[in-house]
Design a protein around this ligand. Structure first.
Ligand code: PMT
Length: 410
């Protein structure tokens, strides 16, 4: 992807290119060359084990400055903080299972891992490893942790691996890695200056001190939106029932019930530019909450329900300048029901997800959706991670706010 006039978004940007050990390390030479050709200032950092596969001298010859391999070389006292602070982007290609594990755990025992801790720049990892390692739950869990923190992942491809094996885990083609780096840098912090309120998780409505009416929402979708919005520069308040950790810089307001969520959202509404209602708010709650635990021997209780406040409808009535993003959780007639909700609740963008799909909706790390825009556009996404769907939703928000310097406008 090139900006108008053919200038790459990499031009003039400082990129730390981390290279960890693996047969694919030789492809990092090509990545380095292409970045430099695009006008980037590239600082290569190789792990000690990467040197078994490629030579530092090759990178030094191609990059913008000599390759570094250690915390203790070249007379610099604190190369890791200097590199991390100055970087516009850190790209790790190839990223081994080992480096992903260290990154997820916050281990900083060499120059590359220390640089990863000492940066606020976006990080793109391009994993490469054997299929068994790639599919191992520990690798996938580390990747999920990294994604949750806003790390971008250029997924590996299927194909020939070291030792003549075939399967998934082959480093993405250098052109895909360059395109991903360009996309991150071109999107940049397109939401800076905006206040975004995101709700997440399922509310719990008490029956008695130990029981409640709830739903299956884990908070993953809403937390992903909060994380991506923050990475893209927005000031984010996350009003949530979930305890999934989010990055520093996000204001987290913990709530339990629909009424608590309503109060927290309403309080922040006038200052917000965007509100994203990803929470699964209970529609009904017990009219009376028993003050003591209801005893089994008293027989099955009759619980009378009353409607909870419809937070989104209330916002739709009051909105002035705000962009409202709603979610529709449906099990049938997805688009029709979602469109009806969009109109009834005066929502600007409605994200319709089919919660009867085992790969989408509640609890799972993936989702697929139809994005309806009250201005008329209509986008159907494939199955993707919730972080990726968050990017797509926020791209649409950026379009509505006239801030689209990203893929939708190009
Ligand atoms: O949390 P996860 O496990 O990751 O799952 C994600 C999700 C499936 C919960 C999410 O993608 C989703 O669909 N969230 C909306 C769930 C929902 O409540 O849908 P709904 O169709 O019942 O409500 C429509 C909209 O009105 C929603 O934006 C909802 O937040 C809002 N609403 C609903 C009821 C209510 N009393 N007040 C509201 O504001």
């Amino acid at each position: 992807m090139l900006e108008a006039g053919g200038i790459s978004p990499l031009a003039g940007r400082r990129i730390v290119l981390g290279v960890s050990a693996g047969i694919a390390a030789y492809k990092a030479v090509e990545i380095c060359r292409r970045m430099v050709d695009a006008g980037a200032f590239v600082s290569p950092v190789l792990t000690e084990d990467a040197l078994r596969f490629v030579g530092a001298v090759t990178f030094s010859a191609l990059a913008s400055e000599p390759a570094r391999t250690s915390l203790h070389e070249g007379g610099e006292t604190i190369p890791h903080t200097r590199l991390g602070q100055r970087a516009d982007l850190i790209v790790i290609a190839p990223a081994t299972a080992n480096i992903l594990a260290k990154q997820a755990a916050g281990i900083a025992d060499d120059l590359l891992t220390a640089t990863l801790l000492a940066t606020r720049a976006p990080v793109l990892v391009a994993p490469a490893m054997h299929t068994e390692m790639w599919e191992h739950p520990s690798v996938q869990e580390n990747l999920a942790t990294l994604r949750r923190r806003g790390v971008f992942v250029c997924e590996p491809e299927s194909g020939r691996l070291a030792g003549g094996d075939e399967g998934e885990g082959r480093l993405a083609d250098p052109s895909r890695i360059i395109a991903a780096a360009e996309e991150i840098l071109s999107r940049g912090r397109d939401l800076s200056g905006l206040r975004i309120v995101v709700t997440a998780g399922g509310t719990r409505e008490a029956i008695d001190p130990v029981r409640f009416i709830g739903n299956r929402s884990s908070g993953k979708m809403g937390h992903a939106i909060a994380q991506v919005a923050s990475t893209r520069g927005a000031a984010v308040t996350l009003i949530t029932t979930s305890s999934i950790p989010v990055g520093a810089g996000i204001e987290v307001v913990s709530v339990t019930t629909a009424e608590e969520m309503r109060l927290a959202v309403d309080e922040r509404f006038s200052d917000a530019s965007v509100v994203v209602m990803a929470a699964a708010v209970a529609d009904f709650r017990p009219k009376v909450v028993a003050s003591e635990k209801i005893k089994k021997h008293s027989g099955a209780p009759e619980i009378i329900l009353e409607p909870t406040p419809d937070i989104l409808s209330g916002l739709g009535q009051r909105k002035t300048h705000q962009i409202l993003v709603g979610f529709a959780a449906e099990t049938e007639n997805l688009e029709e029901y979602a469109r009806a909700k969009m109109e009834a609740k005066r929502v600007d963008i409605m994200v319709a997800n089919d919660v009867s799909d085992p790969e989408a909706g509640f609890e799972v790390p993936t989702n697929r959706a139809i994005l309806l825009d009250s201005m008329g556009s209509h986008t159907r996404t494939p199955l993707m991670s919730k972080m990726s769907l968050a990017e797509v939703i926020l791209d649409r928000v950026a379009v509505r706010l006239g801030r689209a310097n990203n893929r939708e406008s190009q």
